[in-house]
Design a protein around this ligand. Sequence first.
Ligand code: BEZ
Length: 394
Amino acid sequence: MNNKKKIFQSVLPATVAATIISMSTCSMAADSDPIKVGVMLPFSGVYAGLGESTRNGLKQALKEQGNSIAGRPVEFIEMDTEAKPARAPEITSSLVDNQKADFVIGPVHSGVAMGMIKTIKGKDSIMIIPNAGANAATGAFCQPNVFRTSFSSWQTAFPMGKEAYDMGYKKIVTMSWNYGFGKESLEAFNESFTKAGGEVIKEMLVPFPKTEFQSYLTEIASINPDAVFVFFAGGGAVKFVKDYDAMGLKGKIPLLGSGFLTEGTTTAQGPAAEGVITTLHYADALDIPKNKSFRQEYETLYGKPADLFAVQGYDAGQLIVDAVTATHGNTADKAALIQQMEKLEIDSPRGSFHFSKAHNPIQTIYLRKVVDGQNTVVKVAHENLEDPARGCKL
Ligand code: BEZ
């Protein structure tokens, strides 16, 4: 099964060449036409590592099926979003209107997600979000043809507020990149931390994707809070955790975060990441048979350890496989596909989950700690947490 063919298209600027990879040896008879899967991920910029892991996981799920579902080959059409929200409408429209993609998988960045959702609304393609957490995606802007295999901003940060208070921290400084997902994460933390009795004494917002943190860290040192809660991910998370250590804050002011701070980054962060405490719906060391087999296969295929982003891409792939299998290969009737997707239980490495009415996973959130470069489970922070889906009318 190795007849990969690459076609570079000129629909978009040269920096965003589309790569079409046909992944099957099947003939092109009418009932074995390819299932078209558009992929919109950041393959460059500060979130490039997240995009690569997501794509790897997605392809792993399809490889397990011999790259075909119900006898139909799968064709991927890949686009680099560069994590730039302004690019979203143009790329989405090219996949949905020109390529007639059955599914569009993406993105990583919440701002890109909102642009995609506005463009795909009412169209004959199904969007599966494998990362971006914007609450509105499965809240006020929820759509019948939009599913998410990742999380909402609220889900990943809300449980940490109470955990932080229970750890004895009463006065906290929060910090994040200044865009939707980061601000929503701080809000969700604040909601449960203040409800428990704590106080956020300072909120710091850094322009995205800036990674010069020294002046902010100097200010934190002078405030000397009980702890610091942050959202950073990818290249920004690596830089932040290393700077926090280099500026002498590690060991003096405990560092907490939503789990992206230490996802796919601990090798690059090295000893600076040891002991960092986060909340997330996954941990490397989760003792679940599916997680172990998934991680082993991922390492064999890609020569490096899996991370959460790979899990979420894998689950987007599993969602396609399970739904198209249930419709016996029929992707023309999108309403029937959506109906199947709403009923599915996804056998995820994070533990199996199903979707809420708003199409967001109902899932368990773990309190985690980095030990020997691995995200280990300290305890369950919240079992089967469902996003409140504020404003969703589905
Ligand atoms: C977001 O923009 O939604 C996001 C980006 C990276 C990690 C987690 C969330």
